[in-house]
Design a protein around this ligand. Structure first.
Ligand code: ADP
Length: 461
C-alpha cells in the first residue's frame, strides 16, 4: 500500500477512535446522570407518599389516592404500591396492573433496603420504610419520558457530529498527507530524471534541516561517489588503452618502415628484436591488467588457502633475483616469530607473490644500490611485512596518488614502468583484509608496510 494511503488511513483511524470514545463517554455520563436523577425523584416521591399514609393518622389510603390524583407534580405514568410486613398491599395507585411486583422483589427490598429495576418502559424503585409501629415496602414506578427523549436526542447529535467530523478529518487528512509527502514526491521525480548521462546533477536539499534534507544530502554524497567512480573508470580505460596502444603503435611503425623496401638481414633482425621487446611489454601490461581485474573481484571468487608469509617472500625474492641479478633483497624475521603459526595467513598464493614482487621490485628499482630490506614482525593479531629502501623517495605531493592506477611519481621519468604495480598491490592486500601504508623521504628512501591478519591471531594476545 502507498505510504500516502497508509498515513491517511492511520490518521483517520486514530481520530475516529478518539471521537468514538469521547462520544461514548458523553453518552454514558448523560444517561447515567438521567437515571440517578430519575431514581432520586422516584425515591422522594415514594418517601413522601409513605410518610403521609403511615405517619399522618387522618390520611387513609382512599384520601391519599384522591390527593395524589390531583397532585400536579406527579411523575409521568406514576405508580405507587405499599406493602405491609405480611406482604399485603396497603396502598396502590396501579389500578390497571401495569407493573408486576413478585414476592421475591419484596423480599429483596427487605434485605437490601433499596432495589432498582426496569419493567418495559417503567423504572421501578423499591424502598424499605420503617414507620413508628410497623415496617413497609414501598414501590414507586414511572416512565422518564422527557429524560429518555433528551438522551435519544443526544444520541442523534453525537452521531451527526461524529459523521461530520469524520468527513472533515478525511478531507483535511488528505490535504495534510499530500502536503507532508510533497517533498518526497519532489525527490522521487528528481531521482527519476537521473541517469548515467547527468551524474553531475544533484537533488535539491529543501530547507536543509529536516530528515528529508538529510536524506537528500546523503543521496547527493552517494551521487558524488558514483560520479567519481565513473570518472576513475573512464580514466582507467583511457589510460589502459593508451598503455596498450603505445607498444602497438611502435610495432606498427617498425613493421611499416621495414616493409617499404628490401633490407639487409641485420636490419630485419634488429626490427624483430625491437618488435619482440614491445610484444613482451604488451604481454606484461595485459597480465598486470588481468591481475588487477582478478584482485578487484569479490573475495568469494578467489581461491584462498593457508599460506606462510616466509615462503611467499622467499619465492618472490627468488623470482626477482632470477630476472635481475643486480638486486639485493635481505629478509629478516623478528625474534618474536618463534612459531610457524605466527606467519600463517589465509590467502591466494599467486596474488600474494605478485604483491610482494611488486613491492620488492619498486624498492630495488628506485634505489641506486638496488637493495630492498624486508622485515617481518608480529603486532596484535597480524603479521607486518615492511619493505625499506634507501632510494629516490616519493615527493610529498605524489604520496596520496601512487596507489591510483597508472599514476607515476614526478621523479621517476628515467625508470621503466606503467604505474599499475601499487594499485594492484593495494587491491590484493585489501582482498586479504589487510592494509598497506607508506612513509617516504625524498632522496633518502621509502618504506612500505603491509599488515595481514593471521589465521590464528589469538596466539599473539
Ligand atoms: P611503476 O613502478 O610501474 O611506476 P607502481 O604502481 O609500482 O608503478 O608505482 C607507482 C609510483 O610510486 C611509481 O611511479 C613511483 O613514483 C612511486 N614509487 C613506488 N615505490 C617506490 C619506491 N620504493 N621508491 C620511490 N618511489 C616509489
Amino acid at each position: 500500500m502507498e505510504i500516502r494511503k497508509k498515513l491517511l488511513y492511520q490518521f483517520i483511524g486514530i481520530v475516529a477512535i478518539i471521537l468514538l470514545m469521547s462520544s461514548l463517554s458523553v453518552y454514558f455520563a448523560f444517561s447515567q446522570g438521567r437515571k440517578e436523577e430519575f431514581y432520586d425523584r422516584l425515591g422522594s416521591k415514594a418517601k413522601m407518599v409513605a410518610q403521609m399514609l403511615i405517619e399522618i393518622d387522618e390520611i387513609d389510603a382512599e384520601l391519599l389516592k384522591r390527593i395524589e390524583k390531583n397532585n400536579p407534580v406527579s411523575l409521568p405514568e406514576e405508580r405507587i404500591i405499599i406493602y405491609d410486613y405480611q406482604d399485603k398491599i396497603v396502598y396502590s395507585t396501579d389500578e390497571d396492573n401495569s407493573i408486576n411486583i413478585s414476592p421475591f422483589m419484596i423480599t429483596s427490598v427487605r434485605l437490601k433496603e433499596e432495589v432498582r429495576l426496569k419493567q418495559g418502559s417503567y423504572e421501578i424503585l423499591g424502598q424499605f420504610y420503617t414507620g413508628n409501629f410497623d415496617r413497609y415496602v414501598v414501590f414507586a414506578a414511572a416512565t422518564d419520558i422527557y429524560g429518555l427523549v433528551r438522551i435519544e436526542r443526544l444520541k442523534i447529535i453525537l452521531a451527526i457530529v461524529f459523521s461530520i467530523s469524520m468527513v472533515i478529518v478525511f478531507l483535511s487528512g488528505r490535504i495534510f498527507v499530500s502536503r507532508a509527502l510533497q517533498p518526497i514526491s519532489k525527490i522521487m521525480s528528481e531521482v527519476g530524471e537521473l541517469s548515467v548521462f547527468n551524474l553531475n546533477a544533484r537533488i535539491s536539499e529543501g530547507n536543509g534541516k529536516d530528515e528529508l534534507a538529510q536524506l537528500a544530502r546523503k543521496f547527493n554524497k552517494m551521487l558524488e561517489r558514483i560520479e567519481s567512480a565513473f570518472k576513475t573508470q573512464k580514466e582507467f580505460i583511457s589510460n589502459a588503452s593508451h598503455e596498450l596502444r603505445t607498444p602497438l603503435t611502435v610495432i606498427t611503425g617498425h613493421l611499416e618502415v621495414i616493409l617499404i623496401k628490401a633490407r639487409k638481414n641485420e636490419e630485419y633482425r634488429k626490427t624483430i628484436i625491437s618488435v619482440l621487446g614491445n610484444i613482451k611489454n604488451l604481454n606484461h601490461i595485459s597480465n598486470r591488467l588481468l591481475q588487477l581485474a582478478q584482485a578487484s573481484s569479490e573475495y568469494s571468487e578467489v581461491e584462498f588457502n593457508t599460506i606462510r608469509i616466509d615462503e611467499i617472500l622467499w619465492q618472490a625474492r627468488a623470482d626477482l633475483i632470477k630476472a635481475n641479478a643486480d638486486f639485493n633483497v635481505n629478509i629478516r624475521f623478528s625474534e618474536l616469530i618463534d612459531d610457524e603459526l605466527k606467519l600463517q595467513v589465509s590467502g591466494n598464493e599467486q596474488l600474494l607473490i605478485t604483491a610482494m614482487v611488486n613491492l620488492i621490485d619498486n624498492g630495488c628499482k628506485y634505489s641506486p644500490d638496488h637493495t630492498c630490506d624486508i622485515n617481518v614482525n608480529n603486532e596484535s593479531t597480524q603479521v607486518i611485512i615492511s619493505f625499506a629502501d634507501n632510494g629516490i623517495g616519493i615527493p610529498a605531493e605524489d604520496i596520496e596518488m601512487i596507489f591510483q592506477p597508472f599514476y607515476r611519481g614526478k621523479n621517476v621519468s628515467g625508470q621503466k614502468g606503467h604505474g599499475i604495480g601499487l594499485s594492484l598491490v593495494e587491491k590484493i592486500i585489501l582482498l586479504h583484509k589487510g592494509k598497506i601504508n607508506v612513509s617516504s623521504e625524498l632522496n633518502k628512501g621509502s618504506t612500505f608496510a603491509v599488515y595481514l591478519p593471521l589465521i590464528d591471531g589469538s596466539l599473539l594476545r
